[in-house]
Design a protein around this ligand. Structure first.
Ligand SMILES: Nc1ncnc2c1ncn2[C@@H]1O[C@H](COP(=O)(O)OP(=O)(O)OP(=O)(O)O)[C@@H](O)[C@H]1O
Ligand SMILES: [Mg+2]
Length: 438
């Protein structure tokens, strides 16, 4: 059963504007869906239908298999939370915490329960210091965060966010997307609209492109973004990674499917085609000499001790200088370090309070952690509590994997369901890894 489905959805506004026509949309439970499309293409109008804010002129809207009706509209509104494009239209209480408490109060929750939920939402969205402020007097980015918190606090099964990253700084975007990932890891369906093709490419399971009220194209991001003509025709920007890949591909450097992340772009490069540049560690090399490649401080170095991956020097050099190496026998991934994934109970499982800190210290010592990152609320709270300094702030899973490929031992603290997703990716990449559940 779909979490949300529209069939032949049409919407004509009172002034005769045909905002949507023949829209067949679906989002599966637990799926991450991104809706792209130029201004006025109908994204907001479509989202308004998902919880019955406006009625279709024709066609159907189903939530978990049921058509929205007068009888079930309250249930639908509880299960589908919408964060509006303009946070000002959502925030109206005299203080930020009252604003976040508004939804739960409306649902008639017990006072203590509301208090706990609001406190948790303030922490999750890192807006505790705004709690007593008037939402009219906070910054645009902060407003957006408060608006999202006010919907998340109701614990809907489906979260619909209209341009959630618009107006946020880089940290704000990363933080927001991480919270959405975390909620997704808890099983929630997430639907966003965005003008950011990089974000849609790297984040979504499924992408819709709207144009003039119609679905121009839908599919997996890899298919959508591989189609150069389609993206241009849709008036969208090509993600930089895809563009880089195309240029590499045209020059015979990259091969395979279109990459959607830095990691995948690295994979697409056919290293065997090229000579590899690296520094010589502690000896002089003549052209044609055999050298052994290894990783040191995240860089490739050529040594004389027969360990690592063998290659042949193209030209010679003195110690400390750079040389080029060809005929590399073996996969450079052999030189990769490892990843330790530490699963921290998610907020709904008790969060960092449920953690034995002694055990964490033991793991860190044993694994000789060199690069550390934390993803999701409970993991971040834990590392802060333990005063562990993190090396990655953005895109933690990918950064950890890239660090491992550069020879480091990376440790990723991941909250709840996010951990399983990381493991899946690490396995796919065949990076040496260990997994601990706290
Ligand atoms: N209340 C309204 N009355 C009449 N027309 C409307 C109304 N709201 C939106 N429209 C029209 O419906 C079409 C779709 O608008 P919508 O806001 O859904 O687009 P959008 O894709 O969300 O655009 P944006 O990227 O600018 O947010 C546009 O042509 C718009 O002018
Ligand atoms: Mg809109």
């Amino acid at each position: 059963m779909n979490a949300i489905e529209t069939i032949g959805l049409e919407h004509i506004y009172a002034d005769g504007t045909v905002a949507l026509s023949g829209v067949d949309f679906e989002a599966n439970p637990g799926e991450r869906v991104a809706v792209l499309g130029p201004n006025g293409s109908g994204k907001t109008t479509l989202f308004y239908h998902f919880n019955g804010l406006i009625r279709p002129t024709a066609g159907e809207v189903r939530v978990f298999g049921k058509n929205i009706s007068k009888e079930n509209i309250d249930t639908v509104r509880r299960r589908v939370g919408i964060v509006f494009q303009d946070p000002d239209s959502q925030l109206f209480a005299p203080t930020v915490s009252e604003d976040i408490a508004f939804g739960p109060k409306n649902l008639g929750m017990a006072a203590q329960d509301i208090k706990d939920r609001v406190a948790e939402a303030l922490r999750r969205f890192d807006i505790e210091e705004l709690a007593k402020k008037n939402p009219a007097n906070i910054s645009e980015g902060q407003k957006r965060r408060v608006a999202i918190a006010g919907v998340v606090v109701m614990e809907p099964d489906i979260l619909v966010l209209d341009e959630p990253t618009c107006g946020l700084d880089a940290c704000g975007v990363a933080g927001t997307m991480e919270i959405l990932d975390e909620l997704n890891g808890e099983g929630k369906t997430i639907i966003i609209s965005t003008h950011d093709t990089e974000l849609a490419a790297s984040w979504a399971d499924r992408v819709y492109i709207l144009n003039k009220g119609k679905i121009f194209r839908k599919g997996a991001p890899r298919h959508i973004f591989a189609d150069e003509k389609l993206i241009s025709e849709a008036g969208l920007k090509h993600p930089a990674i895809v563009q880089t890949f195309r240029e590499f591909h045209a020059r015979g450097i990259s091969k395979g499917d279109v990459p959607l992340s830095v990691l995948e772009l690295m994979d697409s490069i056919d290293a065997k085609l090229m000579s590899i540049r690296c520094a010589i560690a502690g000896f002089d090399v003549s052209a044609g000499n055999e050298v052994y490649l290894g990783m040191k401080d995240g860089m490739l170095v050529a040594g004389s001790v027969p360990t690592g991956v063998k290659g042949k020097a193209v030209f010679g050099g003195k110690k400390g200088e750079d040389i080029a190496v060809k005929d590399v026998a073996g996969d450079l991934q052999q030189l990769a370090g490892s990843i330790t994934i530490i699963r921290v109970p998610g907020i709904i499982e008790g969060g960092s309070r449920a953690v034995d800190i002694g055990k964490v210290r033991e793991i860190l010592e044993k694994e000789n952690a060199r690069k550390i990152g934390a993803m999701g609320t409970s993991a971040k709270v834990l590392v802060n509590k333990m005063r562990i300094k993190c090396d990655f702030e953005f895109d933690v899973a990918q950064s950890g994997m890239l660090a491992a490929l550069r020879g480091f031992n990376a440790v990723i603290f991941a909250s709840g369901g996010m951990a399983e997703r990381v493991i899946e990716r690490v396995r796919e990449k065949k990076i040496k890894h260990t997994y601990f559940t706290l």
